[in-house]
Ligand binder design. Structure first.
Ligand SMILES: [Zn+2]
Length: 191
């Protein structure tokens, strides 16, 4: 088979070169208007074929690999002052699995529980390749189910314009939840 990222011949879905690169995530952050800070670990383009794997059954393994390399060390070193829940963006199982649930399961810990299915989008419109104007005209219309922690961290796979995360954070804050920050695997604004 060929490596998903570089298309070199490989025995696994990632060649050794690409595995090593993924094992060296580069944490960075940006702050959205409204003051939401979003941490990311990769530039979108550098791992795009891996992120697209979420549309295939084997994508679960790819996402696990990414989450173990990036999210797990990040969350292991995190200490939080207040009871905080990890809230995944729209973690309704899709055709094969929920990609944000896979990420959240690798990020959660004893101190950071992940209650599934708390923030589900009512709108099934797909944002891939759409601009900010389209996204603003078609909000995801999240519904929020209760959870007991007073604070939350948001988790998603990709940030492009940030409109999804801002909409999600706005809804949580309306329900008196403090959104500390958001974490994504990849940022489309990064090289
Ligand atoms: Zn490769």
């Amino acid at each position: 088979m060929r490596c998903l990222l570089c298309e070199r011949l490989s025995l696994a879905y990632l060649c050794r070169f690409c595995r090593d690169r993924l094992l060296a995530p580069q944490p960075a952050h940006r702050t959205l208007s409204g003051e939401l800070t979003v941490f990311s670990f990769y530039g979108y383009e550098s791992i795009e074929p891996l992120l697209q794997a979420k549309y295939h059954p084997f994508g679960c393994r790819v996402l696990r690999h990414l989450a173990r390399a990036s999210l797990r060390p990040f969350f292991r070193d995190l200490s939080l002052e207040h009871p905080t829940a990890l809230i995944a963006i729209d973690d309704r199982p899709g055709e094969h699995f929920s990609h944000t649930a896979v990420l959240a399961r690798h990020a959660r810990s004893r101190h950071l529980p992940y209650p599934p299915g708390r923030l589900l989008a009512q709108s099934r419109v797909r944002y891939a390749g759409r601009d900010l104007a389209f996204r603003k005209a078609h909000p995801r219309n999240f519904t929020l189910r209760p959870f007991k922690e007073s604070s939350a961290l948001l988790i998603d796979d990709v940030i492009t314009t940030g409109s999804t995360l801002k909409e999600a954070a706005g809804l949580l804050e309306k329900h008196q939840k403090t959104v500390l920050f958001a974490v994504v695997l990849a940022d489309a604004d990064r090289a």
